[in-house]
Design a protein around this ligand. Structure first.
Ligand code: FE2
Length: 278
């Protein structure tokens, strides 16, 4: 899947910025909206999204498919997502390689899967079923992790590859999440990038983490940290100029702060591109 309306460095759409965007029509190539916020039948969020969609291309990001869970897929939820993506003609829809629901309980966090062949088979079957209901290929994002399971039989990137090959889905590569997982588990992040097939990556995410001293957490409440920018440059060398998104979910700053982050990402894109062309 590639949609040429989505290019350059986009921003995560947050309700705090609706008024600013509609009033100033800032120069942003695209927005990524959180699909779960727009599943109601009406109301102000949908109204604002309709207004913004008139001027900007859109992608949708979801958090509720719980693709790794053992509970039955929520088909009603998937049908609502399908209707939303059709109504707004979003370029694509993404969710996470994780689970957040088990036995009807919803966890607040997106929990990683155990990295086994059985788990890869299970989640890839569910992705295929979800794709059938949605009528489109899914874009799957790697999550950060803080714990590992004693039954892990492969690396995180081998597991990701096993899942996407089996399900024939696409990848949203979150560079911050790779860095956070690498630091928390003590692995090198570059082999992770090198294991990912170039043609499957349709989007990259950048965000800030929080360092508690013992662990890194992907809180998405700060500017992108220098080592994540360095890893982003390595990703640009491998994957080329992929659509990239600045995510900021907590302590949401003024819109200009997000635009400044996007400008830094664009500068890295240009520098890497020129260095490769030289
Ligand atoms: Fe992300």
């Amino acid at each position: 899947m590639s949609d040429h309306s989505i290019q350059g460095v986009g921003l995560g759409l947050r309700s705090q910025h609706y008024a600013h965007i509609l009033e100033h029509q800032p120069d942003v190539p695209w927005f990524e909206a959180l699909a779960d916020n727009y599943l109601g039948d009406g109301g102000l969020p949908l109204y604002h999204l309709e207004q913004i969609r008139k001027d900007y291309p859109l992608t949708f990001h979801a958090v509720g498919m719980s693709l790794g869970s053992s509970d039955p897929l929520d088909v009603d939820y998937l049908r609502k997502l399908k209707a939303l993506t059709q109504r707004f003609e979003s370029a694509w829809l993404s969710d996470h390689l994780s689970w957040s629901r088990s036995n009807g309980q919803v966890a607040n966090d997106l929990l990683p899967m155990p990295y086994t062949t059985e788990a890869a088979q299970h989640v890839s079957d569910r992705i295929q079923q979800a794709q059938e209901v949605l009528g489109q290929r899914l874009v799957i994002e790697n999550v950060s992790s803080y714990l590992s399971y004693s039954m892990d039989a492969m690396t995180e990137w081998a597991f990701l590859m096993e899942v996407v090959e089996r399900a024939d889905c696409l990848i949203l590569l979150d560079i911050n999440n790779i860095y956070v997982s690498a630091m928390n588990h003590g692995f090198e992040p570059l082999p992770y990038l090198e294991a990912i097939p170039v043609e499957r990556v349709v989007e990259m995410h950048l965000a800030g983490y929080e360092d508690t001293g013992d662990l890194l957490f992907d809180t998405h409440g700060q500017a992108v940290h220098p080592p994540v920018w360095a890893l982003y440059r390595a990703a640009l060398q491998r994957f080329g100029k992929r659509p990239t998104l600045i995510e900021w979910d907590t302590d949401i700053p003024a819109f200009e702060v997000l635009q400044h982050e996007a400008q830094i990402a664009e500068r890295h894109q240009q520098e890497v591109h020129h260095a490769q062309a030289a």
